[in-house]
Design a protein around this ligand. Structure first.
Ligand SMILES: *Cc1c(COP(=O)(O)O)cnc(C)c1O
Length: 387
C-alpha cells in the first residue's frame, strides 16, 4: 500500500497500535470464555470485559451496567429498533427515523413497516439537519421511538441531539441515536443529550472490526428491550453469544483513547479538513460542498464536482482512497439517499466524493490529495462531458 493515501475513515479506521497491544494477550494467554465461572481462565476474561465495559461507559457518560456488547453498529441498530418495537408494541406502533440514517436503521425500519408498524421518515434541511419543530409535529400519541443519528457518515452533519433529546423526553418517546461516526470526533454524552439508546462501532474509532456496543438507559426511564438473539443469556440476557473478549478489550481501550484525545484530535482533523477544502476550492471551479458549514464532523468533507461522475474520478485517482458515499451501499448503483435527501439531483449526487480524514493523516498527504484531485479533474474536464 506504499504511496496509497487513505482518506476513507468513515468506512473504517486502522487499529491504533495501543489498542492492538491491549488486545494481544487475550488471543493466547488469557483466551478464556468470560462466561466460565468455574476457573481462573474465565475470571480473567470476565475481568477484562468488565474493564472494557467501564471504559466504554465512561467515554459516553454512562454507567458500566448500561453497556451491552454487540458485533457492531449494524447489530446495535437492529437491536434498538426491533427490541423497542417489540417491548413497546402495546403502547404504540409508530416510529420516526431520519431520512439520512444509515441503512442499518432504515432497513430495520422498513422491515417493521412490513410487519404493520407505521414509520415516519423525518426529512432534513439542505445541510442534512433535522428540524426539531418538524420532529415535534411528527410525534403522535402512539409514537414509541425516534431514531436520529449523532453524525452522518456521508456528509458529517450533526443533528441537534440535545434538542431532540429534550423533545423526546417531553413527549415520553424513546430516543435512539446511532453514534458510530461521532465518538472521538465530537463530545458524546448520553445524559447531556437525553439519549435512551446509543449505538457504537469500534472499527470507526481505531478499534477492531466486528465489535460494538449499545447503551441502554438504566434509569429515568429504565429502558426495556426485547432481545433479538437467544441462547446462553450473556449480557444480562440482552445479547446471547460467547463474548468476543479480544475485540471487547480493544473496543474499551479505543473508546478510552477516543475520549481522552478528543479535543486534540478533533482540532487537528478540522485543520486538515479546512486545508483540504481551501486547496480544492482554489484549484478548481464549480465545486459544491455538501453538509452543514459548522455543525459537522471535523474529519468530513463531501464535495460535488459538477459534470464528473465519482466512479470516473475515483478510477483516475489511483493513489487516493476516497468514496462516493457510504461503503455499505456503494455496491448499489442508486445515487446516495443522503445527498438526495439534501435536495441534490440524482446527477449531482452521482458526482460527489466523500473525503474522510483520520488522525494519522498529515498536511503533506492533504497537499498530495489536493494536487491529485485538481490535476485529475482538470484532465477529465478537458476530455469533455462524462458518460
Ligand atoms: C459504519 C456505520 C454503521 C455500521 O457499523 P458496523 O459496525 O460496521 O456494522 C452504522 N451506522 C453508521 C452511521 C456507520 O457509520
Amino acid at each position: 500500500m506504499e504511496g496509497l493515501l487513505y482518506l476513507d475513515h468513515h468506512a473504517t479506521t486502522p487499529v491504533d497500535p495501543r489498542v492492538l497491544a491491549a488486545m494481544l494477550p487475550y488471543f493466547r494467554e488469557d483466551f478464556g470464555n468470560a462466561a466460565s465461572r468455574q476457573h481462573a481462565f474465565g475470571w480473567r476474561a470476565e475481568a477484562a470485559v468488565e474493564k472494557a465495559r467501564a471504559q466504554a461507559a465512561r467515554a459516553i457518560g454512562a454507567e458500566a451496567k448500561e453497556i451491552v456488547f454487540t458485533s457492531g453498529a449494524t447489530e446495535g441498530n437492529n437491536l434498538a429498533l426491533f427490541g423497542i418495537a417489540e417491548s413497546r408494541a402495546e403502547q404504540g406502533r409508530h416510529l420516526i427515523v431520519g431520512a439520512t440514517e444509515h441503512r442499518a436503521v432504515l432497513d430495520p425500519a422498513r422491515r417493521l413497516a412490513e410487519r404493520g408498524y407505521d414509520v415516519t421518515i423525518l426529512p432534513v434541511d439542505r445541510y442534512g439537519r433535522a428540524d426539531p419543530e418538524a420532529l415535534r409535529r411528527a410525534i403522535r400519541s402512539d409514537t414509541i421511538l425516534i431514531s436520529l443519528m449523532f453524525a452522518n457518515n456521508e456528509i458529517g452533519t450533526l443533528h441537534p441531539v440535545v434538542e431532540i433529546g429534550r423533545i423526546a423526553k417531553e413527549r415520553g418517546v424513546l430516543f435512539h441515536c446511532d453514534a458510530a461516526q461521532a465518538l472521538g470526533k465530537v463530545p458524546v454524552d448520553v445524559e447531556a443529550a437525553g439519549i435512551d439508546l446509543l449505538t457504537l462501532s469500534a472499527h470507526k474509532f481505531y478499534g477492531p472490526k466486528g465489535v460494538g456496543a449499545i447503551y441502554v438507559r438504566g434509569k429515568n426511564p429504565r429502558v426495556r428491550l426485547v432481545p433479538q438473539l437467544y441462547g446462553g443469556g450473556h449480557e444480562r440476557g440482552l445479547r446471547s453469544g460467547t463474548l468476543n473478549v479480544p475485540g471487547i478489550v480493544g473496543m474499551g481501550e479505543a473508546a478510552e483513547l477516543a475520549a481522552r484525545e478528543l479535543s486534540e484530535v478533533s482540532e487537528r482533523l478540522a485543520a486538515l479538513r479546512d486545508r483540504l477544502w481551501e486547496g480544492l476550492r482554489h484549484g478548481l471551479e464549480g465545486l459544491l460542498r455538501n453538509g452543514h458549514p459548522t455543525e459537522s464532523l471535523p474529519n468530513n468533507l463531501n464535495v460535488t464536482y459538477k459534470g464528473v461522475r465519482s466512479e470516473v474520478l475515483m478510477m483516475e485517482m489511483k493513489d487516493v482512497a476516497v468514496s462516493s458515499g457510504s461503503a455499505c451501499s456503494s455496491a448499489e448503483p442508486e445515487p446516495s439517499h443522503v445527498l438526495r435527501a439534501l435536495g441534490l439531483s440524482a446527477e449531482a449526487a452521482k458526482c460527489s466524493i466523500r473525503y474522510g480524514l483520520g488522525k494519522d493523516n498529515t498536511e503533506a498527504e492533504i497537499d498530495r490529495v489536493v494536487a491529485e484531485t485538481v490535476a485529475t479533474l482538470r484532465r477529465l474536464r478537458e476530455r469533455g462531458p462524462q458518460a
